[in-house]
Design a protein around this ligand. Structure first.
Ligand SMILES: [Zn+2]
Length: 128
C-alpha cells in the first residue's frame, strides 16, 4: 500500500506524504504522536508540515489509528465529521472544521486537551 512500509510484526513504519500541501509549507515535515492530556492515551499519529504551533489536524495527515485515518477517504463534509475524542476517556480533542484556503477538512484542536510528542512514524508508538 502506498505511503507505508511494513516493519516487523504488528508495527507499521509510515513515510511522509509529499504533495502541494507540504510544499506550500516549506517541505519540512515531522511525525507527531498525539496523546490525550487527561488520560495519556494515544489519539493519533500525525504528519505536521512546516513550522509553528499545532492548531489543527488535517484529515489527510492522520496516519493512524485506521478509524481516523480512513475519514479522509469517506468524502464527507464538516457536517458529518465526528468530533475528535479520546477513545479511552472520551475527552474532546478537536472539532470538525474546513481550512478554507485549501478547502481541507481538519480538526480544530482544543488547546490543552492534547500532548504532542515527536514520532519516527512507527505505529503503534513504542512505550516511552
Ligand atoms: Zn483520554
Amino acid at each position: 500500500m502506498k505511503g507505508k512500509v511494513m516493519a516487523d510484526n504488528n508495527f507499521e513504519k509510515h513515510v511522509f506524504k509529499k504533495d502541494r500541501y507540504s510544499k506550500a509549507r516549506g517541505g519540512n515535515s515531522c511525525f507527531l504522536n498525539i496523546f490525550c492530556s487527561s488520560c495519556k492515551s494515544h489519539v493519533a499519529l500525525y504528519q505536521k508540515d512546516g513550522p509553528g504551533a499545532l492548531i489543527r489536524m488535517y484529515l489527510d495527515r492522520i496516519f493512524a489509528p485506521s478509524n481516523l485515518a480512513d475519514l479522509q477517504y469517506k468524502g464527507g463534509s464538516k457536517k458529518n465529521l465526528p468530533n475528535l475524542q479520546c477513545k479511552n476517556c472520551h475527552a474532546l480533542i478537536g472539532n470538525p472544521m474546513v481550512y478554507e484556503l485549501e478547502n481541507r477538512l481538519a480538526f480544530r484542536l482544543v488547546p490543552g486537551a492534547f500532548i504532542k510528542k515527536n514520532s519516527d512514524g512507527m505505529y503503534p508508538p513504542l512505550k516511552s
